[in-house]
Design a binder for this molecule. Sequence first.
Ligand code: HEC
Length: 203
Amino acid sequence: MCRFFVLLFFASTVFAFSTYPDDEVSKKYEEAIISIGDKVAMELVGTLKKELKRALSKGGPVGAVLVCSERAQELTEQVSRSTGNGIDVKRTTFRYRNRKNAPDRYEALALGYFEDLIKRGKDLPPYLIQKVNLEGQVYYRYYKPIRVESFCLLCHGNPESMQRELLEKLRELYPEDRATGYSEGDFRGLVRVSIPESVLLSK
Ligand code: HEC
């Protein structure tokens, strides 16, 4: 596996810092982190897409917005719960529609890493692994980039070309919406899978 993509972020507070050398992550855990991270990230993306497509065909775009706003958080929690072992999944981005998807400081570092590559015209890695220590517990975070596809533009594209009724509904539900103005292929954010070290120790 390409070691370049394993990044450790060192933070300066007692609250959260990384203590192990870089090497230890990749050798001991990298394969397991990727395998768990990929599986859980795909499950979340698959679950949300399936629900979205079902909602679109049943209730049209406006109905689908309602379903998304009511179900996205719940389905995300459901995927975490069904995975078990303290593994937790989330979608995060700087340009969020729902504030609940706003990044914490480590997610912000990961998003910053990807956005910096984009700014410099570099290709994005397929994933990023980050090690964090939260209140004495070590977690590995697996991040996978999310790209905008053409059908996403219905609700995340240029507001001027969006259906009026849909835009009104979005503005009503999310007055501080930051998640419009995307084009197909854009980097939209990250799926973040957090894996407690204890899960990896038992492997
Ligand atoms: C029918 C409208 C609709 C479509 C189509 C749609 N989304 Fe969304 N999207 C939403 C809504 C509504 C939310 C807010 C969900 C919530 O409240 O958690 C959202 C939230 C998100 C989030 C979470 C971060 C945030 O902004 O809060 C991501 C990531 C995302 N969408 C990506 C996509 C991608 C990628 C596609 C295409 C594969 C897509 N969306 C298609 C309506 C849509």
